[in-house]
Design a protein around this ligand. Structure first.
Ligand SMILES: NC(=O)c1ccc[n+]([C@@H]2O[C@H](COP(=O)([O-])OP(=O)(O)OC[C@H]3O[C@@H](n4cnc5c(N)ncnc54)[C@H](O)[C@@H]3O)[C@@H](O)[C@H]2O)c1
Length: 442
């Protein structure tokens, strides 16, 4: 890496010489000034795109996709292990069809860096770091502001920052205003990511890209960039784009909640939900997209619905209800089991700890909530997953052999063909088909 002094270095040297005293705030030390004494901001633009958070679940496929289109891309990320894995041409997580493209591009048009000075070497700076909600389900604005304070010393006039993280409405304008106070020539746009984790390399090229920004020239430049990936670009206002993303995810979360609520109602009255599901959806176009019940959580749907609820002054009632229903499904399943079985005397096995089938992503997975509930209710709890490596887990066959009750929490494909005979099987997904359903011709 070239010899460039970062803000941290600058502060250290300056503090020693007594020239600058970094400001102490509730959130830590902030730069007093983003004016850089050396030439980081005068360096040539070596890259087209810097993806901050580019080693993550959505940042990496995007980086790979741009690199495959001939853009020079630098991934900047703080996760050194993931960077090392990527540099060696391997994926740090499952993402269909991504590894081959990664291998074709790494060290050619795709580069990695753990050094924030790399940010100043790109025309477009894509930001795709996590945007969680806090323990009270509120958006964490300060975390994002702190992030921009940290990278601020490496931004420069003429760059276009592209927010790709899912953000609280108003964030694009807010960040733009804050950055422009220090760098009047910088621009900020929003270009939300709407891929399905695991299908990124397909959907990045298929889905329309929504782009928003307050400066029409910057929007035009970002549009041109994304035309490398997809033909269809939709330009909207900033708040409209931010809300589009939150509405998309909340709508999906509500649909899952509806299916889960119908499942619970059916179960409570001894009705076979899957017979109803088949009758509802078979050759009936208006219910064609009705989802099946199952654990609905993961890194996006829950927190995005809660962001929208916070934005709606906690009056997004249908979103709050969806959260209660989806989060309540593990409790419902355990309570139903308790009605007919003495769990205190039983071993319960959980198959699938990822937040969804055919994924190795455990983030915000309801399987862990299920485990937590069962730890207080059952004699013993065993866990297994096809894709997540965890020394506490046991192989699926062993889990079935040792368990009295087997619960399918994430429907990985291999679980379809296992032998569950002699076991109490809880399969909300009807993954192995034991609940019947299907339309019986008369
Ligand atoms: N996962 C999805 O399917 C999905 C889909 C659409 C949108 N999103 C949104 O994309 C954003 C990122 O989600 P994700 O699932 O990729 O998260 P992730 O945790 O997989 O990736 C975030 C990456 O950012 C890095 N990072 C964090 N702080 C950093 C910093 N200060 N400097 C440099 N790198 C830093 C992390 O090391 C990590 O590699 C979120 O806003 C999420 O809501 C996610």
């Amino acid at each position: 890496m070239e010899n460039v002094v970062t803000w941290a270095g600058q502060a250290g040297v300056a503090a020693e010489s007594g020239q600058v005293s970094p400001k102490r705030t509730a959130l830590g030390y902030y730069p007093v000034s983003w004016k850089h004494p050396f030439s980081e901001r005068d360096r040539p633009l070596d890259y087209d795109v810097c993806v901050i958070g580019g080693a993550g679940h959505v940042g990496l496929p995007l980086s790979v996709a741009f690199a495959a289109k001939g853009k020079r891309v630098i991934i900047y990320d703080t996760n050194e292990d993931a960077l090392a894995t990527i540099s060696s041409g391997r994926m740090p997580f499952m993402e269909a069809s991504c590894e081959g493209v990664l291998q074709n591009t790494i060290q050619k048009t795709l580069f990695t860096s753990g050094d924030p000075t790399s940010i100043s070497g790109a025309k477009f700076v894509v930001v795709i770091v996590g945007t969680p909600v806090d323990e009270h389900l509120n958006p964490m604005h300060e975390q994002l502001w702190r992030f921009f304070n940290e990278i601020g010393a490496h931004l420069r006039d003429g760059q276009i920052v592209i927010l790709r993280s899912t953000v609280y409405p108003g964030t694009t304008s807010n960040i733009r205003r804050r950055l422009k106070k220090k760098l009047p020539g910088i621009e900020v746009c929003f270009a939300c990511e709407r891929i399905l984790e695991g299908k990124a390399m397909e959907e990045l090229y298929k889905l329309p890209q929504i782009i928003a920004g307050e400066d029409s020239q910057a929007v035009a430049e970002v549009t041109e960039l994304f035309r490398n990936l997809t033909a269809e670009i939709i330009v909207t206002g900033c708040i409209e784009a931010e809300l589009t993303k939150l509405f998309n995810n909340s709508w999906r979360y509500i649909q899952f909640a509806t299916a889960n609520q119908f499942y619970m109602i059916s179960e409570m009255y001894g009705a076979n939900f899957y017979e109803i599901y088949s009758a509802m959806t078979h050759n009936y176009p208006r219910a064609a997209n009705f989802p099946r019940p199952g654990f609905a959580a993961g890194p996006c749907l829950f927190k995005d619905t809660m962001q929208l609820n916070a934005f709606a002054s906690n009056n997004f009632h249908i979103g709050s209800s969806a959260m209660l229903i989806n989060e309540g499904l593990p409790n419902f399943l355990v309570n139903r089991l308790k009605l007919s079985h003495d769990l205190n005397e039983m071993t319960v096995g959980i198959l699938g700890m990822a937040f969804k089938g055919e994924s190795d992503d455990p983030r915000e997975s309801l399987s862990y909530k299920l485990r937590k509930i069962l730890l207080t209710e059952a004699n013993e709890v065993l866990c297994s997953d096809e894709y997540i490596r965890d020394e506490r887990f046991v192989p699926a066959e062993e889990l079935i052999r040792r368990s009295d009750v087997v619960m399918i929490a994430a429907p990985h494909k291999t679980y379809k063909s296992l032998d569950y005979s002699g076991k109490i099987l809880v399969d909300v997904w009807n993954h192995v088909g034991s609940a019947g359903g299907g339309v019986k011709p008369v």
